[in-house]
Design a protein around this ligand. Structure first.
Ligand SMILES: [Zn+2]
Length: 87
């Protein structure tokens, strides 16, 4: 699966080349890679598996389509401990 991140140079979302996990100065885990278009370094936040992100809203598919079956991309989340300690 390809990761995408916002490139400040392209001002668009670009596919991340060779994404790797880093920790920024605020000790937040991020994903850093290279822009597939201009090779500038781009990074994006890693989604936390725990439900600590409050601004994440659940998107509902627009109604009106009868042909498309109700898709449920959400898989049953595996139980994880809320402790995010990484040694
Ligand atoms: Zn770029």
């Amino acid at each position: 699966m390809e990761r995408e991140a916002f490139c400040v140079k392209c001002r668009q979302k670009r596919v991340m080349i060779e994404p790797r996990e880093i920790v920024n100065r605020r000790k937040v885990r991020m994903l850093q890679g290279d822009c597939g278009t201009c090779n500038k370094k781009i990074n994006t936040f890693i989604r936390k598996p725990t439900g600590t992100v409050t601004f994440a809203k659940t998107r509902r598919p627009p109604k009106g389509r009868t042909e498309a079956p109700p898709s449920n991309p959400e898989k049953p989340a595996s139980p994880r401990s809320t402790g995010a300690d990484s040694s």
